[in-house]
Design a protein around this ligand. Structure first.
Ligand SMILES: Nc1ncnc2c1ncn2[C@@H]1O[C@H](COP(=O)(O)OP(=O)(O)OP(=O)(O)O)[C@@H](O)[C@H]1O
Ligand SMILES: [Mg+2]
Length: 283
């Protein structure tokens, strides 16, 4: 069972190596990289390629580690006890009110599962610390029912981070790490080809040139990434914009049409406009 990329996802050799290393080591794969470089999609594609169902856990600032294990639904139990009485069979058995989280589901599934813990850096610092033992030993204890939940099959775990917070060392020690480097022009061409198979060569070349020109501007607050390029190309195709509209005649940087798909704040747009203006002036 090796991951060798998929038809819908372009994986560089070092990324494939990292995925297979994490699977072999049976450690979670921690994937970092700029927003929109395919971290979340990687988990979906690997799961599909390895034929494993994927459980997804999208982390928010309020997410607690416990929610991934299980939650005790005291409110439902109280309501049931009021409706049916405390002597009711369902109400008496606390197990009826334990809601299984994604880790529990992954641990006890009949077949090996893939598990995505997406954007772990959104939660507070306790979150990764609270999951150390669970991810390491692949087991946890349910205090309410006094049972130990142990993984039947170790799930393949993907953890993504946008680097908003540092992760604790003890957590890092337990992961295999991979940073998705921003795709070079060739890889990007392959990625675009997956999404827009019949795109005109001239349009692609002109769009890629504008795109990398913008990305290379010094001082940008938010560099456009893969997903933004794909959005932009989609618009260019939909609006039927020709390749030569993306560049000025003298091959200098021009403000491309629909630049709002690439630049997402006014400082960056102003910076870009200034640069174009200066270039024109210096001719
Ligand atoms: N290597 C790739 N092959 C094919 N498509 C890609 C690739 N990388 C990115 N994409 C495209 O970019 C989009 C964004 O990818 P994804 O949502 O996985 O990014 P992300 O790294 O998880 O971003 P964020 O950090 O914002 O969550 C995908 O829907 C996909 O269309
Ligand atoms: Mg993502």
């Amino acid at each position: 069972m090796k991951f060798q990329g998929s038809a819908g996802y372009v994986a560089t050799p070092d990324l494939m190596l990292a995925v297979n290393a994490a699977v072999t080591l049976k450690r979670p794969l921690l994937v970092k990289g700029e927003p929109g470089t395919g971290k979340t999609m990687l988990a979906e594609q690997v799961a599909e390629a390895l034929g494993m169902p994927l459980l997804q856990w999208h982390v928010k600032s309020t997410t607690k580690a416990q929610q991934g294990l299980y939650e005790y639904d005291a409110v439902s139990r109280l309501r049931d006890s009021q409706l049916a009485g405390v002597g009711d069979d369902k109400v008496r058995d606390i197990r009826n009110y334990i809601v299984k989280g994604v880790l529990w589901q992954a641990f006890t599934a009949e077949q090996p599962m893939a598990l995505l813990i997406d954007e772990i850096d959104k939660a507070d610092i306790e979150f990764p610390n609270d999951l150390l033992r669970e991810l390491d030993r692949m087991e946890f204890y349910v205090y309410e029912t006094r049972e130990l939940v142990k993984a039947v099959h170790r799930p393949v775990v993907f953890i993504t981070s946008n680097n908003e917070k540092e992760l604790p060392d003890a957590f890092l020690r337990r992961c295999f790490f991979h940073y998705i480097k921003f795709p070079d022009a060739d890889t990007m061409r392959a990625i675009v080809d997956v999404h827009f198979p019949g795109l005109k060569k001239e349009l692609l070349a002109a769009a890629l040139k504008s795109f990398y020109d913008i990305r290379n501007l010094p001082g940008l607050k938010k560099k456009p990434s893969t997903s933004e390029l794909l959005d932009w190309l989609k618009l260019l195709v939909a609006e039927d914009i020709p390749a030569d509209a993306l560049q000025s005649k003298d091959d200098k940087v021009a403000i491309p049409p629909l630049v709002g798909a690439l630049l997402k704040n006014e400082q960056d747009v102003t910076l870009f406009e200034k640069l174009v203006f200066m270039q024109r002036h210096n001719r």
